[in-house]
Structures are given as C-alpha cells and as structure tokens.
Design a binder for this molecule. Structure first.
Ligand SMILES: Nc1ncnc2c1ncn2[C@@H]1O[C@H](COP(=O)(O)OP(=O)(O)OP(=O)(O)O)[C@@H](O)[C@H]1O
Length: 354
C-alpha cells in the first residue's frame, strides 16, 4: 500500500507493507588490485581513480531500494555501473562492506545462506550448468531446491514444455547457441519456485520468440504466485515495455527510480535529435560548432536533447544551410529511457566537473 511516504526510508525494523526487498545504504568497494576491471571503464568524480593502474572501485556507493511484492523491477545502467555487484550482494554471493538487505523479513547480510531459499538467481554466466543437458540442469536445480525426485521431474517437464525447450532437452547446454543456452538456464531458474527471482540480463542473445516466452513465463508467475522479479538490463527498449519500475544506476549510485513513464516525464519537454555526419562534421560553420558542446558524440553520430522550439529551429537551419550537404541522416524522436539516462548521467558528469 502506498503510505505517501515511499520516498523516505522507513524507521529501522519497520518493514513497509508489501515490500519484499529493502536495501539501505549498501556499500561495496573492490580493493585496489582485486580481480580484473573491465576494459573501458573508469570511475569519474571526486572518488575518481587514475585511468592507469589498479585502484579501489566503489561499485555500490550507498544504494537504497524498495521492491514491492509482485513487481517487475528493473536495474538499468551502462557497463560498469554496478548492476552485477548489486545483484550478487542481493543473492548472498558477495558480502557488502556496509548497509542492509532485507528480503521477506530475512537479514541477508547477516544470513547470506538464506538467499538460496528465497531467491532464484540467474547470473550472467552459466558455467555451473554447462556440462549438463537442458533436462538435467532443470531437474538438478529442482533437487537442489529441495524437491523430491518425482516433483523435480514433473517441474522440469512443465517448465521445458512451457518454454518449448523439449526438442533440445537432451542436448548439453555447452553445445547450444547463446540464446538457447540463456533460455535453458532461465528454465532451470524457474524450477522449484522461489518468491523472488533475480535475473541478470536474462534475454541477452535471445531471438524475439524466446524473449516473449521469458516475459510470458514471468507474467504467469507474477499473476499466479505473486512472484517478485528483479531484473538487470542494459536494454532501454525492453525496460520501457516490460518493467513496472526502474532504478537507474550510475557509478554505484541510484540516480533515479520511478516507472518508465515517470522517468520519461523528466525529459518530456525535450526532443531527441540524432545527426549522422557523412565524414567529419563541418565545424567551420558556426551553427554546427555551436551544437557540438550540446551533443553526446559517438563516432559520426551526434545525439542532442533540445527543447521543442530549439529542435525545430535547429532542423530548419540545418536543412536549409550549407551544413546539410555534410549530413548523412538525421532523426527527431520523442524521448526514451535512453534520453533519461543521458540526461541524468550528463547532469551528474556536469556536477562533478563544476
Ligand atoms: N572482482 C572485481 N574486482 C575489481 N573490480 C571489479 C570486480 N568486479 C567488478 N568490478 C568493478 O566494479 C564496477 C562495477 O562492476 P559491475 O560488474 O557490478 O558492473 P555492471 O553494471 O554489472 O556492468 P556490466 O553491464 O558490464 O555487466 C566496475 O568498475 C568494475 O570494473
């Protein structure tokens, strides 16, 4: 129930009604020299680390979240934002340095072993199941989750039918295509129902048919069992269409959390203008040079978010002036979650630089 105070942290020990997962002040720093930092990822801001040489990375930097029963809740962010670090803490696989995680009344920082009983987790990698056949992976997961042999086989058959995996049930997961492997691992995650599912980019590599099967399977469990789903994604289109609410993560912080429509409303007064140049943009033209500081630049593509009036006058100037010959393509579009992300990220960058 919405008590009208959902933006505030509840008092310690007082769970918000219908909240399945509450995270407060979660902090996790990877010490200098630990693991392999992913290429192309650099922290910015006051706690910035030098680009060269290993340094500590604060991958969760004071995260607060409340996820309600039955919600399809998304965690959206670019590479290195801290999504996987967050879900590994939620699932008891990684210990936070500070903060609390409550799932259905269980303190998972103090009792990480309880996570397996509460949460079905689909990680990014499937290595643990790779050697098994699709069928055995599903059945084994059921057994590990406490089903007896007959129940595990029945649950296996039901889920393989539901996801139309029966034709490849006897094939080893490691010999499947990327999308098939992902679907097989998703199937295993569903066996031996858990009240909470945490899925790290579940649909990566899947074709549209498999994606639809995933969303339908999750929809059924939410409707029938009130299953709560936390989902990591980079895919803004998917986020807009399937999620109830989205937390936008950047550099280990939640920089926004709302419904996709609520987030889009943050940039509703803007239009997105994409310009693709044939070669180098003609910066000798003052009207083009003036746009450059406003653009998010990716190769020959400039993406600008402009107020409606400014977008119209910019397009008019571009299409009637000498810069037009240098343009390969341009599009005007209403804002998407990607624009929200760019707007929020851009603002954060600006603050740090100032
Ligand atoms: N084992 C590790 N040791 C050191 N740094 C790490 C380790 N794992 C992740 N990091 C760093 O922590 C930050 C967050 O990484 P994380 O994998 O959580 O991001 P992500 O949002 O899941 O990224 P992706 O979308 O690429 O999966 C990154 O800067 C990453 O380089």
């Amino acid at each position: 129930m919405n008590t009208g105070t959902e933006d505030q942290a509840p008092p310690a020990g007082a769970a918000v009604r219908d909240t399945v997962c509450t995270v407060r002040g979660l902090i996790r720093t990877y010490p200098a020299g630990s693991g392999t930092r992913r290429p192309g990822l650099r922290r910015r801001g006051p706690a910035a680390v030098p680009a060269a040489g290993p340094a500590a990375v604060r991958a969760s930097d004071g995260i607060d979240l409340d996820v309600a029963r039955g919600e399809l809740f998304g965690i959206l962010g670019p590479n290195g934002a801290g999504k996987t670090t967050l879900v590994r803490q939620l699932t008891g696989l990684l210990r936070p340095d500070a903060g609390s995680i409550d799932v259905l009344g269980h303190d998972l920082v103090r009792h990480p072993d309880r996570a397996a009983r509460l949460i079905g987790y689909l990680g990014q990698e499937s290595t643990a199941l790779d050697e098994l056949t699709v069928s055995l992976a599903a059945e084994t997961t059921g057994r590990l989750r406490g089903l007896d042999a007959a129940a595990a086989r029945a649950a296996r058959d039901a889920v393989l039918d539901e996801l139309e995996l029966a034709p490849i049930a006897s094939r080893p997961i490691k010999r499947l295509s990327g999308g098939q492997r992902r679907l097989a691992c998703f199937a295993a995650t569903l066996v031996g129902e858990r009240p909470v599912l945490v899925l790290d980019e579940p649909t990566t590599g899947m074709d549209p048919v498999a994606r639809r099967a995933v969303w339908a399977a999750l929809g059924r469990r939410r409707a029938e069992n009130g299953t709560t789903v936390l989902l990591v994604t980079h895919n803004v289109i998917e986020a807009e269409t399937v999620l109830d609410r989205v937390a936008v993560l950047d550099q280990g912080r939640v920089i926004a959390c709302d419904t996709p429509a609520g987030l889009r409303a943050l940039v509703a007064d803007e239009v997105r203008l994409d310009l693709v140049w044939r070669a180098d943009p003609p910066l000798d033209l003052p009207e083009i040079a003036a746009l450059k500081p406003l653009a998010d630049i990716s190769g020959r593509r400039w993406t600008l978010r402009l107020p409606h009036d400014r977008a119209r006058s910019t397009v008019a100037a571009l299409t009637s002036g000498p810069g037009y010959a240098a343009l390969d393509d341009f599009t005007l579009a209403t804002p998407s979650l990607e624009d929200v992300y760019l707007a929020l990220g851009g603002r954060a960058k600006g603050l740090v630089k100032a």
